[in-house]
Ligand binder design. Structure first.
Ligand code: FA5
Ligand code: MG
Length: 431
């Protein structure tokens, strides 16, 4: 049965998300508003700042790790559905049963078995099991949180995993090993450790040698600091903070000094070996990290409010252009008054070709007549009539006043004056 979730989620006992139907139960707390974000994929939208930052990070990893033929080692997985099982989001990653991050008050549950992923780390195990040893996972993540300038219930993360085998870590040196000689593969070792227990050794896991951990830590921190410098320049101030994640040990956070404050940009660490063992990987040591795309983009573009990433306002979106990823414009605040969009279509004079039409002439006319309330002009369509040979153009004009809300009537009046001027000055015929 196809039921719409747009009505009342709790009054129905099923929910449909991306053509899958889920039974609701006492865990269900996902709202229609949250459901409406699924599939928007801002991290893949052309010219969106989140997409730009994603491409910058992906390019950095493509450049930093190549095989002997010069091909990138990392694969990128950025279209994985955000619906995951409790097992994927928590159990697989050794998150203890009583860990606060599992709470109904913190996550969007579909039912007691399914939720919207709270981190992209939820895909770590399935990707390793599929045979990958260097990969990035990017996507939208969902957490119950307040809405203010730095928090939003939907944001985006990029996770990475790199597995390093004995020969890649130590080369020909046969005296050095990843694992302590006392370590034996033990399938029953897969169990969460209690986050409150005092016995977590921040230096290393029992199975690893200190040399293996130090070398991997060095590679991880070097690559992440390199990424931060690639994004923010060589002069950034940074610090590493010891921390705890159920799925890494030891674990760190990277903080960047930005506008007078230390800002956490990512979490990372040496992967818990039990997780690798559960995927059948017994001969490698791994690093993993997860970072928030919004935080990085806010710094990079000077974007003051996290809500702007969800704006469909072209005044926001037109400021970013991915054609040159390394020449980035800072964000310029746009007026908060609403836009009015009107299209203008016309036939060019007989014998005039599209190529000989000067868009700048047209822009000048629009600006002369419309003044400062014209925010943007874009060409939305052009074609040549197959029979008459006449050419047609359609422009979209976006109007917005900086100090007040425009009425559609006054916009229409200006719009027709613009059309009239085009007829007089460009000899076009309005369609
Ligand atoms: C995690 O989500 C871990 N999965 C990261 C990880 C992966 C650690 C792999 C080790 C190995 P955390 O909850 O701290 O950790 O979030 C990671 C990053 O996401 C943060 O550093 C921050 O950049 C971003 N982030 C977290 N919460 C928010 C939020 N409410 N708004 C915007 N960005 C956020
Ligand atoms: Mg954190």
């Amino acid at each position: 049965v196809r039921r719409s979730y747009k009505t009342n989620v709790s009054a129905q006992n099923t929910l449909e998300i991306r053509n899958n139907v889920y039974q609701t139960d006492e865990w269900t707390n996902i709202t229609p508003k949250i459901l409406s974000y699924i599939g928007l994929n801002k991290h893949l939208q052309k010219n969106h700042p989140l997409s730009i930052i994603r491409q910058r990070i992906v390019n950095y990893f493509y450049r930093s790790y190549t095989n002997s033929r010069g091909n990138p080692l990392f694969s990128v997985h950025d279209k994985i559905c955000p619906v995951v099982t409790v097992q994927q989001n928590f159990d697989n990653l050794l998150v203890p049963a009583d860990h606060p991050s599992r709470a109904k008050s913190d996550c969007y549950y579909i039912n007691k078995h399914y939720l919207l992923r709270a981190h992209t780390t939820a895909h770590q195990i399935e990707l390793i099991k599929s045979g990958l040893d260097n990969f990035l996972a990017v996507g939208d993540v969902y957490r119950r949180d307040e809405i203010d300038s730095t928090h939003y219930p939907v944001f985006h993360q990029l996770d990475a995993v790199r597995l390093i085998s004995q020969d890649k870590l130590f080369g020909n040196n046969l005296d050095l090993h990843i694992f302590e000689s006392s370590y034996k593969v033990n399938p029953s070792s897969f169990s969460p450790i209690n986050s409150s227990s005092k016995c977590i050794d921040q230096s290393k896991q029992p199975c690893h040698t200190l040399e293996a951990v130090k070398l991997t830590e060095h590679e991880l921190k070097t690559i992440l600091l390199g990424l931060a410098k690639d994004l923010f320049g060589n002069n950034i101030e940074h610090r590493w903070i010891d921390t705890y994640f159920p799925f890494t040990q030891p674990s760190w956070e990277l903080e960047i000094y930005y506008k007078g404050n230390w800002m956490e940009v990512l979490g990372c660490g040496i992967m818990r070996h039990e997780i690798l063992e559960s995927c059948g990987v017994t001969n490698s040591i791994g690093y993993a990290f997860g970072l928030g795309l919004e935080r990085l983009a806010m710094v990079l573009f000077d974007i003051p409010d996290i809500r702007l990433f969800w704006s469909n306002d072209t005044g926001f979106l037109h400021q970013f252009n991915e054609s040159n990823l390394y020449k980035l414009n800072k964000y310029k605040p746009v007026s908060v008054y609403p836009q009015c969009k009107n299209d203008l279509s016309f036939w060019l004079p007989e014998n005039q070709d599209i190529d000989s039409f000067s868009a700048n002439d047209f822009y000048d006319i629009v600006r002369n007549v419309g003044g400062d309330i014209v925010e943007q002009i874009s060409l939305v369509d052009k074609f040549k009539h197959p029979k008459t040979g006449k050419s047609s153009l359609c422009f979209r004009i976006v109007y917005r006043h900086m100090e007040r809300t425009l009425t559609q009537a006054e916009v229409n009046e200006i719009h027709s004056k613009i059309a009239q001027s085009c007829v007089e000055q460009l000899e076009v015929t309005i369609r």
